[in-house]
Design a protein around this ligand. Structure first.
Ligand code: ZN
Length: 237
């Protein structure tokens, strides 16, 4: 049965990457009950789906981890087939004539938020939490807060109930995202995010760098490494 939400619970869009793991910690700090949702849209790397289980298991043991509830993985491979990009098909990661990188999956956050809102409605959550960020990202138009604001309005109208979309990382750069993680969960949380989350577009997890696992050369790895190095807390004591 559905019970309508109070702001005491939230559904976190959780991919197993650095950003969504930080969002999960943020939600566990604020809401009494937190559930997670992930989407399988035919990513080339099932390593991402494994990482989210590992991160969840590790974070459940931290302070606030008892608030972590169920996890849902929703099959969106039909959407992935439409959205064809360098993440879901065998294409090079490069800039395209549109000015967007080939990793841009058209409409991804619009689809994810719509599907997540249906799940949130059924599970009694009035809050969605997502790691969208417009600061030092690749300029994905569906990561902008103006897009999220419009989605929040559309979802709340279409569901006829308040459906807030919280984006705690929206105005943070990657170094500030590490700082947020530390402020939420100290060194233990930073270590979970550093070693368990997955960001690399190529699905590489062979070598542990100081900033985590990854190929080190794809745009996601470069951004992650740059953010780690810019964060004062990354300097070994
Ligand atoms: Zn990489």
């Amino acid at each position: 049965m559905t019970t309508r939400s109070t702001a005491s619970s939230a559904l976190v869009l959780f991919s197993g990457g650095q950003d969504s793991a930080t969002c999960l910690a943020w939600a566990l700090d604020r809401y009494e009950r937190v559930e997670t949702v992930g989407f399988d849209y035919g990513q080339r790397h099932s390593v991402e789906l494994q990482a989210r289980q590992d991160v969840r298991a590790a974070m459940a043991k931290l302070h606030g981890g008892e608030r972590l509830g169920e996890d849902f993985v929703i099959d969106l491979t039909g959407y992935g087939a439409i959205a064809d990009s360098a993440l879901t098909a065998d294409r090079a990661i490069e800039m395209e004539a549109s000015g967007l990188p080939s990793t841009f999956v058209p409409g991804r956050n619009l689809v994810f938020l719509t599907v997540a809102s249906a799940l949130a409605y059924r599970r009694g959550h009035g809050v969605l939490v997502g790691g969208m960020c417009e600061t030092d990202y690749s300029g994905y138009p569906d990561c902008r807060r103006t897009t999220i604001d419009a989605m929040q309005s559309a979802l709340s109208l279409g569901l006829d109930t308040g459906m807030a979309v919280e984006t705690p990382l929206m105005h943070l750069d990657k170094a500030e995202t590490w700082a947020l993680a530390e402020s939420l969960g100290g060194a233990d949380l930073v270590e979970i995010i550093r070693t368990q989350t997955h960001t690399c577009y190529r699905g590489e997890r062979g070598e542990l760098h100081d900033w985590g696992y990854g190929c080190g050369t794809c745009p996601a790895c470069e951004l992650r490494a740059k953010g780690w190095q810019a964060w004062p807390g990354s300097v070994p004591a």
